[in-house]
Design a protein around this ligand. Structure first.
Ligand SMILES: [Cu+2]
Length: 182
């Protein structure tokens, strides 16, 4: 029994929390149940509990499937940068293909999305010397958004993504690009 209330609540919450809306929809649904449950018979209550567990199970399954879905290579990257994180922070792309990138800077300072060349991972903060070891860099001003494209490296493997703004690498602004054979 997927109620109209659940669907409406889910749609509304989706606008506010695109990722976690299912949990919120479930909580609202559960709250609605608690309010009316006192008027129900024991058999009805039993059924409601069973259905609640089933619903929770389906929600968990959908999260699990969504997590698995994110593990396949994609030719588009949509990243949100904040102070000092990438969200998401790992990407899988097919080797040698054109990748479209949309980078949004929701932070208060300028951020980069710099892919280091293979084997050129940095361990200390990004410096001007590291710039030549970058495979590709896009810089985005605070509150701005960049839509661009680059060709994925031809060599499969793991590539480090870093922010080149001083202090950001050591603040944990790091990601991972996994290049897989197409
Ligand atoms: Cu940064």
């Amino acid at each position: 029994m997927v109620s109209v209330i659940q669907v409406l609540a889910g749609g509304y919450i989706k606008l506010l929390y695109p990722n976690q809306y299912l949990i919120f929809a479930y909580l609202i649904f559960a709250k609605f149940y608690v309010r009316v449950i006192s008027e129900f018979t024991d058999k009805m209550k039993e059924q409601i509990v069973k259905r609640s567990f089933l619903l929770a199970g389906l929600i968990l399954l959908s999260f699990w499937l969504a997590a698995c879905g994110g593990a396949s290579p994609s030719t588009s990257i949509n990243v949100v940068m904040t102070d000092f994180h990438y969200s998401p922070d790992s990407f899988i792309v097919p080797a040698g293909q054109e990748i479209s990138l949309k980078a949004t800077n929701n932070g208060a300072v300028v951020h980069d999305f710099a892919i280091m060349k293979h084997g050129m991972e940095i361990t200390k903060d990004f410096t001007e010397e590291d710039r030549k070891n970058a495979y590709w860099i896009v810089e985005v001003l605070p509150g701005d958004q960049a839509s661009t494209a680059f060709t994925a490296p031809s060599e499969p493997g793991e590539y480090q993504i870093v922010c080149g703004t001083p202090g950001h690498f050591i603040s944990g602004m790091v990601g991972k690009l996994t290049v897989v054979a197409p």
